[in-house]
Ligand binder design. Structure first.
Ligand code: SF4
Length: 377
């Protein structure tokens, strides 16, 4: 099953990568090195390119990092986004240095004249801006302007409590997130700038889902999906998959980042697994593995992990099954292109549920890899 009801969005181009406008949902990540260390950052980006990362973002905490971005850009092959908080001059420096996109946090970069200056710079260079709203760094009450832009939804912005006013009970965090995004969108629209994409990240999944849904109905721009500070590789991947899964299933989302306290390559792997689970992307080999049970004749968990490790090197777009018994295995994995069902002392190799070969247990891993190699794509 595939999706034909993706939310319709205006495309933006991050370097050569189209985001929105019906393009494939892209997978991005963020470097975890000190951006000022060009060599280490470039090395990490090359690893991420190898893993399939399509857009990379780096933090720009100071002017030295901003200047390093120009050098990093020259040495990599995927579009580079500068992640800017607080200081608009860093955005100007990165734009001049040739980055492919700017991420601005409206929670801490709120001076409208400064934002306008950044927009002018982005416009001159034809690079998009991501408005990165984050639950953890929303502007304080009364902290954003009441610019009346071309947005039809400024009533929500104008409902934001003013400084010193008590926050009304029915003004939710999601309202605050949406209003914050609309404020900056209107600033950009006022300058005839429409190369916009937006993120609405929170740690809490229901808050994140609601914020994206609400904003998605209001504006035509592509959305960058993510769950912020999601957690370690296992818990963060699950939390992100739940949140992004809901949104992507509804057709919302144009590019994703899985934020993990772990290796950035894991973020990319998890991103593709989420998209592959929804048939939104088709990358590399998909592993179907049974969980094992009392019927298993071999250590199927070890076998599945061994196969998974070998498949990481394969870019073949096929589905491979590893099943723990001959009785149920082939039938339970009959949509796999090729699979193995391990039995006592032997294993059956099957294709689309049909037995094609029987091999001794000691040779089953080699035999499966041979069959994968011989599977046409
Ligand atoms: Fe159990 Fe066999 Fe199913 Fe694996 S394939 S879960 S071993 S019944």
């Amino acid at each position: 099953m595939t999706y034909n009801k993706r939310r319709v969005t205006k495309p933006v181009y991050v370097g050569g990568v189209k985001v929105g406008g019906g393009a494939d949902v892209t997978v991005q990540s963020m470097t975890k090195t000190d951006t000022r260390d060009v060599k280490a950052t470039v090395r990490q980006i090359h690893e991420l390119e190898e893993a399939g990362c399509e857009i990379i973002r780096s933090a720009v905490p100071d002017m030295e990092a901003a200047q390093a971005m120009a050098e990093i850009k020259k040495q990599i092959h995927i579009p580079l986004i500068a992640d800017i908080h607080f200081h608009y001059q860093l955005a100007l420096e990165c734009a001049a240095g040739g980055v492919d996109c700017l991420r601005l946090n409206p929670g801490n970069l709120r001076n409208e004249d400064q934002v306008r200056e950044v927009v002018q710079s982005a416009k001159q260079r034809n690079i998009p801006i991501r408005i990165g709203v984050n639950f953890g760094s929303l502007p304080p009450v009364g902290g954003i302007g009441r610019t009346r832009g071309f947005s039809r939804h400024m009533d929500l912005v104008n409902r934001l409590p003013k400084a010193g006013e008590a926050q009304s009970g029915d003004y939710s965090v999601v309202d605050h997130m949406v209003a914050t995004a609309l404020w900056e969108i209107s600033l950009l629209e006022q300058q005839d700038f429409d190369q916009i994409k937006i993120s609405m990240k929170a740690f809490d999944v229901p808050t994140t889902v609601e914020a994206y849904r609400r904003l998605g109905e209001m504006v035509p721009y592509p959305l960058h999906l993510g769950i912020t500070e999601a957690g370690t590789v296992q818990s963060g991947s699950i939390r992100t998959a739940v949140g992004l899964g809901v949104l992507l299933y509804e057709g919302i989302g144009d590019t994703i980042r899985v934020s993990l306290s772990g290796d950035s390559v894991e973020e990319v792997t998890a991103g593709y697994e989420i998209l592959k689970s929804l048939n939104l992307r088709d990358k590399g080999t998909t592993l179907v593995a049974c969980p094992s049970c009392g019927r298993a004749d071999v250590d199927v968990v070890k076998l599945a992990n061994d196969v998974d490790a070998l498949l990481k090197r394969s870019d073949k777009k096929i589905k491979v099954a590893v099943m723990g018994c001959e009785v149920n295995g082939p039938g339970e994995a009959k949509d796999a292109d090729v699979g193995i069902a391990a039995g006592a002392g032997r294993a059956i190799i099957f294709r689309k549920g049909e037995k094609v070969r029987v091999v001794p247990e000691a040779e089953m891993l080699t035999a499966l890899m041979e069959e994968i190699e011989n599977t046409p794509v």
